[in-house]
Design a protein around this ligand. Structure first.
Ligand code: ASP
Length: 306
């Protein structure tokens, strides 16, 4: 089952041009028609969830998509799922699905850096890889995978690291041996069956002289805050003073893009270390965690588990 949500993989523009196209334009059926041999791998069905630039994806769409997969997985004639998605926020959707869908069946998210109307689109190759992975019983129970530029990457480790390169989506390294693998899909405590939307979380990027008034504003307009801190999760004394009494849960990640933020290094009593989660993914986990608790100790446990 291919569930299409839009993105550059379904982008349409002036033939041969790689910029100035409309992301999220072609229907799912046309993506499938563009890949010769797909029907030899699997008996394909498609469903259009939405057709958007992925910067316009919302938590309501995440929940509807996860609920749809949870419903379809009970049908015996579906062996695996492919989700097509824009690359900008693909990693957040993939991680959200890995925390909320309840299936052992392979679920593979893919996208493309060039529109379908490009001279050399990368979407067909990525879709082919994704369908092969989703059709393979070897990928059962592995959680959500991202298929991109010849690689299969666990959802938690997938990151977009380049604005233009064809292998823009890659692994942050935490999916490899040496890192503890985290719970996913049937092993999580999150239940989105009765949910329509998620709590609001603000992601704040720290830089020299960053105004602490931003933290105050975020605290009064959100249910939680994620900090993209400097280095191993650091920020100024001015930010610390506001964060300590801000009254909402605070998760600290790093703007460096690589490496862990450790709980032992947290200077505020109410701060939860994001570990190896990048800021955008820390926001996904915090939003789900806030559907269950606001307690710092519980949040620390959740961030150590997923
Ligand atoms: N802006 C596009 C999107 O995320 C980029 C892409 O798909 O590559 O929908």
């Amino acid at each position: 089952m291919i569930l299409a949500t839009g993105g550059t993989i379904s982008g349409r523009g002036e033939p041969g041009k790689d910029i100035g196209y409309q992301s999220g334009s072609l229907p799912a059926s046309e993506l499938v028609e563009a890949v010769p041999g797909l029907s030899g791998i699997a008996d394909i069905k498609t469903e259009q969830i939405c057709n958007l630039n992925s910067d316009d994806i919302t938590s309501e769409i995440w929940i509807a998509l996860a609920q749809r997969i949870n419903a379809l997985t009970r049908e015996p004639d579906t062996d695996g799922f492919v989700v097509t998605h824009g690359t900008d926020t693909l990693e957040e959707t993939a991680y959200f699905l890995s925390l909320t869908i309840k299936t052992e069946k392979p679920v593979v998210v893919t996208g493309a850096m060039r529109p379908a109307t490009s001279n050399a689109p990368d979407g067909p190759q990525n879709l082919l890889l994704a369908v092969k992975a989703a059709a393979s019983s070897a990928n059962r129970g592995k959680g959500v995978l991202v298929a991109f530029a010849g690689r299969l990457i666990p959802a938690r480790a997938a990151v977009k690291r380049h604005t233009a390169a064809l292998d823009a989506i890659t692994s942050d390294g935490t999916g490899q041996a040496g890192y503890t693998s985290r719970r996913h899909t049937t092993g999580t405590e999150f239940d989105i069956a009765g949910l329509k939307t998620l709590p609001k979380v603000a992601v704040l990027y720290f830089a020299v002289d960053a105004d602490p008034a931003m933290v105050e504003y975020a605290a009064s307009h959100s249910d939680g805050i994620v900090i993209a801190g400097a280095g191993a999760g650091e920020f100024s004394l001015a930010w610390r003073a506001v964060l300590e009494k801000c009254g909402v849960p605070v998760v600290v990640s790093s703007r460096t893009g690589c490496g862990p933020v450790l709980q032992e290094a947290m200077v505020c009593a109410n701060a939860v270390a994001a570990g190896t989660l990048q800021p955008a993914k820390a926001a996904v986990l915090l939003r789900l965690a806030l559907t269950k608790t606001r307690d710092t100790k519980e949040l620390i446990r959740i961030f150590c588990t997923y």
